[in-house]
Design a protein around this ligand. Structure first.
Ligand SMILES: CC(C)(COP(=O)(O)OP(=O)(O)OC[C@H]1O[C@@H](n2cnc3c(N)ncnc32)[C@H](O)[C@@H]1OP(=O)(O)O)[C@@H](O)C(=O)NCCC(=O)NCCS
Length: 172
């Protein structure tokens, strides 16, 4: 079947499906360990209970095209009214089709429905694909947490701030 005829879906991973996280996690760490500040070796030997536990702890969304899992994003609570988006990844063969942005939007829609007011993400300054993707979804640069890692945030009940009102200038 042509790829454009395959069913595309994004949905929350159930804890009992946690094992589906393993190949995604290994692929993302193999490709870009620096972006996730983790190494693949640490996760290769983890057993099913680990992945089920992870899916229980971290709300995780999975993007599937046909029967293939090709992308993911995780959402962690941050204080009383916030969420932190983590581990955004789209398989290289499926990039630049809007899937990264769709994962961000789905995660934010669910977070908003639960009452979250702000979403935060930490991204490597040099990671232009990710920075652009978050900017296009209304995130704005608010500071640098450590050398080379920027924080971006989005208020979920507002339109993005106009560029001239950003608190700091972001020059990638
Ligand atoms: C960051 C990442 C998730 C983006 O995924 P993606 O699916 O390519 O993202 P999108 O397609 O939604 O948007 C990215 C680009 O596609 C463009 N785009 C969106 N919809 C499109 C469409 N229908 N047709 C063509 N291009 C499109 C966007 O304008 C954007 O363009 P640009 O990169 O030229 O500025 C992906 O590059 C990735 O997995 N990177 C490695 C992991 C990573 O860095 N994660 C972030 C850690 S914080």
């Amino acid at each position: 079947m042509n790829s454009h005829l395959k069913k595309t879906s994004i949905r929350r991973l159930l804890p009992k499906e946690g094992m589906r996280l393993k190949p995604l996690r290994l692929r993302m760490l193999q490709e870009m360990p620096k972006a996730f500040n983790e190494h693949m070796a640490k996760f290769q030997e983890k057993n099913d209970d680990y992945w089920i536990g992870r899916a229980e702890k971290i709300e995780t969304f999975i993007l599937s095209v046909g029967s293939m899992d090709v992308g993911t994003i995780g959402v962690e609570p941050l204080g009383e009214e916030g969420v932190r988006l983590i581990t955004l990844w789209v398989d290289p063969t499926h990039r630049h089709k809007g899937y990264g942005r769709a994962l961000i939007r789905e995660a934010l829609t669910v977070a908003m429905a639960r009452g979250a007011e702000v979403a935060v993400v930490e991204v490597l300054r040099e990671n232009h694909n990710a920075v652009t993707c978050y900017e296009e979804e209304g995130f704005r640069y608010v500071g640098e947490t450590k050398e080379g890692v920027i924080t971006m945030e989005k208020y979920l009940d507002r339109d993005p701030m106009p560029l001239e009102m950003q608190p700091l200038t972001f020059n990638p």
